[in-house]
Design a protein around this ligand. Sequence first.
Ligand code: GLC
Length: 399
Amino acid sequence: MTLSRLVLAFAASTLFTGGAFAAELSLVSGSVGKDIEELRGQLDAFEKESGHTVKIVEMPASTTDQFGQYRLWLSAGNADVDVYRTDVIWAPQLAGGLVDLTEAAKDIVGQHFPSMIESQTVDGKLVALPMYTDAPALYYRTDLLEKYGKEPPTTWSELEAIAKEIQDKEREAGNSQMNGFVFQGAPYEGLTCDGLEWVASHGGGQIVSPDGEITINNPKAAAALEKAKGWVGTIAPDGVLAYKEEESRGVWQTGNAVFMRNWPYAYALSNGDDSAVAGKFDVVPLPAGEGGSSAACLGGWNLAVSKYSQNQEAAIDLVKFLSSEKAQKQRAVNQSRLPTIPSLYDDPEIAEKQPIVAEWKEASTTRSRRSSGRPSTRRCPAVARPPTISISSKNVCVA
Ligand code: GLC
């Protein structure tokens, strides 16, 4: 190829904006609710500002399936994906295929909860920047609890009793679709979160102790799991065994559940125009087990740049854009996503539009310090979730 043809070919395959190379980026992401819609809006703004273009590659809803696919892509050195949306617990296992963002993010990491930056730091390498954190809530129907003269439950036994009574009475009154409680019962990462909460809230530990001992085989854990098993087909539909976040929200949002365990994203959606429960619900922390205290699994999502990306510089700019205070505020206002930037918890607009954010400040700060059972640190290179226990002995560690 002559030099002039080479120049022409290069010019034809690229764009220049203000002298900067315009990259075509690809971002892979799972989603619930309006995640993709919100993301697309933010990407449009990024495209305008940077001159780059970004394609979203949507992943299956199950976080377990996403993780498996990402590991395959990274281990195969896939150059088609520039940016991965990653779960808070994946950092240690994906770190080898991700770019170190330490230098690029040195001026912004200080804005975030330190523990959230730590959770994405593996052997001194910052592998992802946070988009939002997650802390579950017990959603309850204010109208139904009021109708039957009940207070929101503080223990699982209270929840069981209230759920059963209201479910049965509503069914007798003609609402045959009513259920007492919906949660995440499908065999995937979501159930692991729910299960950890049941066990921990009964004083049954975190499956694996901080020093790596497998502790799940104890009477309190057994009692917690027996109790949850008893909900299937009584206060929860049989189908709950196939529910992930969105299936639970579907039942709840059509008005067919008294209680739901879910993440804060369901708050904004439950108040949406198309929701049968808009204005008829509130949230409280998850109940405690007998002799235990409320326990909540730490969740949250981050953005990481692939080591195999051909557009690393542009991809890093994108990750910084999506983890910025402005993007986090939009996510909080529109989607009730919990920011990882402490000052946003005192933002009046967020507090007015999505009260759960300010109410969950305590949950986010306290739990982010304590790691709530799913840490990802250097000394503990993996998470305390059951599916990982069988993979390798390194993966049985709780900080
Ligand atoms: C939420 C949490 C995430 C967790 C997932 C389980 O998305 O943020 O950490 O793994 O739910 O389904």
